[in-house]
Design a protein around this ligand. Sequence first.
Ligand code: T4K
Length: 383
Amino acid sequence: MAKAFEQPIYVTRPLLPDITGVTERLKQVWDSKQLTNFGAQHDELSRELKEYLETDHISMFSNGTMALLLGLKALKLTGEVITTPFTFPATVQALDWNNLTPVFCDIDPATYNIDADKIEALITEKTTAILGVHVFGNPCDVEKIQAIADKHGLKVIYDGAHAFGSKIDGVPISSFGDMTMFSFHATKLFNTIEGGALAYSDPALCAQLKLLRNFGIANAEEVVLSGLNAKMNEVQAGVGIEVLKVIGEERRKRHAIKRAYQENLVDIDGVRVLTTLEDESSSYQYFVIEIEEAAFGHSRDNLHKVLQQYNVFARKYFYPLCSDFEWYRELPSARPENLPHAKQAVQQVLAMPYYGDLPIESVEAICGIIRELHITQKSLSQI
Ligand code: T4K
């Protein structure tokens, strides 16, 4: 019989580089006395990320939400934006803060991404953009989405919060759409504690995005637009430079963990492993399973609770659906009958513990708990 873990096992743990390198970075920041406002660490990380992500241009922000919010602002969108309800609240909240109305489109049950085949029917004369999310690092159907956007003169923005390093047939994920947002939050594969970036190819956006994240200040004499304060500071950037050095090793560790999960879950009825991009193309951000209650013998919610009894804190990303937020419920596109696949996914999906320092034996033990629950069909009350 499976035993509870002595220490809690969380869905993730931050990737922490050796403290020596971070201390050296801190010393450089201290010596320079430049703590924020586009200093040397900021510029160095910016250069390194541009290369790593193979993008033409990159702008770094205090967090991913501010990057998306101001990216949408820079594109001067109005009216309605077609997006997915199966995402983190930040995606649609970035629309709210731009006075844009989200139009929720159902998802593709195979990838959990916006269903490109359902987008066109939602376009009205007010639509100005499509905001896709590369959910769990798996790419949207970028070709189909671009074709629709070109046909109707729409912008395409991707929330790539989970897609750091994702590629499609060897092409970096940021090559698609007008811009891609990345999150560098502590829970992300690559982190700057908090942080985020926009990657894009239009050089005109560089200056605009710099103004938007620095109060619209053009120079000591001129404030040219209403901006915000959303700059990445020097400590964030310094940490990021050190994290980038260990990302290859982290990806290798996560690869082994992914394989261990796959091998240990493959023959359990009712547990579907979300197909992710293979190896070099993967962002290795999450390891996600889907529970089909009839075959597994328990609901996703029951499994979630049982795992907690064993000190394992898997997460129901993304629950609740954004279309169920109180302030969207009246939108026609938020009606449940329009979002059948999203409604189903939100009841079935579970993000499993996934980070490089998670021992393979722990992965095997977690899978053992799942297997035991399936085999014995025991209810929560019997544990
Ligand atoms: N778009 C999408 C699709 C996103 O998923 C996100 C963020 C965004 C946009 C916005 O990007 P940011 O503005 O955040 O850059 C976490 C993260 O806070 C959030 O960044 C992330 N998505 C989301 C999917 O996950 P929570 O509410 O699950 O965080 P929390 O605090 O419960 O952390 C999860 C687990 O991670 C904890 O149980 C323990 C561990 N943890 C967490 C932190 C913060 C640590 O071990 N150390 C830590 O410092 O949202």
